[in-house]
Design a protein around this ligand. Structure first.
Ligand SMILES: [Zn+2]
Length: 406
């Protein structure tokens, strides 16, 4: 019995010791590492969408205006320390936009255009001298779907104004003033800086010093220099045995693949021609015209309606090609395969960066007959802009002159 009591006491003492050491240990441990729990104390930010039907806004145009974008809110941040002390700090956080407004309007697009025309008239009457040669022929909207709503102003995109005096679009930023329920323009200085002037054909052709003339408006008054030459390679991937710009060849190959996929047997009738090549080509056509008994002067003049003088040919750019069907004899015009291929090119060449240099009905302006086979590379972006906005009203050399990218 005594022994048993001793044993129980010993076990009890040992147990107490263990428990004590655990308590002390944990106390020492907790002294060394506080458990810190950050807690944010703010309520969720409400996010609402309202629909505003404004009779002065464009019909069918749904606008989502992001309300107060990214407001800065100060929130309370509590630090809970070991259940004994509570420390509080503040922190600024950036919130999502709140209160979206969806705009629905009632004004038709033509009514909006009328209002804009009135606004423009006011704008132009302020500075008559600057705008005297400007004729506004058309507007086209280029509006964004979402916009920022800053107090009273809804910036809703751009409006392209077609300037009839030089066949070129100019862009203004378009705003809607909520309090006045009316439209206004901004970006006037940029607009004025890019006003184009009516082109006057110079008495004498003037030389260029462009070193990369990809966007140079080669025409009867803008020749390339005799020694302008870019790197060209054999266009081996396309029938015709021609040379083409090394840099732009990939785009020509893409055009070729698409043409073949659409069922056209594409051939390059002519592509890169050096200055001296052009001397020979032009002279050959002069001889051909003289064969009809014409004088040298008459033959030169007639040949120049379809063949350029050396330096004045886009073929010297290396990025220009005469394109026809293998099923016809060269650029033969009375041949069904060429006709259908050229129609396809008219609709699709821009998707690969090419534009038709001498469009139908522009002979007087370009100085060349309509050449549905003659395409020039200006890059996909510019070619698409030209095709969608200018084809039929302008021609590539004029478009490039106005762009001034050289
Ligand atoms: Zn050509």
């Amino acid at each position: 019995m005594r022994n048993l009591k001793k044993t129980v006491r010993a076990v009890f003492a040992l147990t107490v010791l263990i428990i004590l050491s655990i308590i002390v240990g944990s106390f020492i441990g907790s002294e060394l590492s506080y458990r810190v729990t950050p807690e944010y104390d703010y309520s969720p930010i409400s996010y609402t969408t309202t629909t505003l039907i404004d009779p002065n806004f464009i019909e069918g145009k749904i606008y989502v205006a992001e309300g107060q974008d990214g407001s800065d809110l100060q929130v309370t941040k509590r630090l809970v320390i070991k259940d004994l002390k509570i420390q509080t700090s503040f922190e600024t956080i950036h919130t999502d936009p709140i209160n979206e407004v969806v705009f629905l309007g009632k004004l038709s697009k033509s009514e909006v255009i009328e209002r804009l025309q009135d606004n423009l008239k006011n704008l132009f009457s302020e500075d008559k001298e600057k705008y005297q040669n400007l004729t506004i022929e058309d507007f086209s909207f280029n509006l964004s779907e979402r916009t920022n709503l800053s107090s009273n102003t809804l910036s809703i995109g751009n409006i392209d104004v077609f300037m009839g005096n030089c066949n070129f679009y100019n862009s203004l930023k378009l705003n809607y003033l909520l309090s006045l329920k009316n439209y206004e323009f901004s970006g006037i200085p940029e607009f004025e800086n890019s006003l184009c002037e009516k082109y006057k054909v110079p008495d004498e052709p003037f030389p260029t010093n462009c070193t990369d003339c990809t966007y140079y408006p080669v025409d009867k008054t803008h020749p390339l220099s005799r020694d302008y030459a870019i790197e060209v390679i054999n266009a081996d991937g396309i029938p015709g045995g021609q040379k083409f710009s090394k840099a732009a060849y990939g785009h020509l190959l893409d055009l070729y693949s698409a043409a073949v996929a659409a069922g056209h047997n594409m051939r390059l009738t002519s592509a890169y021609r050096s200055y001296t090549d052009q001397e020979e080509v032009y002279e050959a056509w002069v001889q051909y015209e003289m064969g009809f008994g014409k004088s040298r002067a008459q033959a030169e003049s007639d040949a120049n309606t379809y063949s350029a003088l050396p330096g004045f040919s886009e073929h010297q750019l290396g990025t220009t090609a005469d394109i026809s069907s293998l099923d016809c004899i060269g650029i033969e015009t009375v041949c069904a395969a060429n006709e259908s291929f050229w129609l396809w090119l008219k609709d699709h060449a821009h998707e690969y960066g090419f534009v038709m240099s001498y469009p139908f009905g522009k002979d007087e302006l370009t100085g060349y007959i309509h050449e549905p086979w003659h395409y020039r590379f200006i890059g996909i972006e510019l070619a698409t802009e030209y095709k969608t906005k200018y084809y039929g009203r302008s021609y590539p050399a004029e478009f490039l002159r106005n762009k001034k990218l050289y």
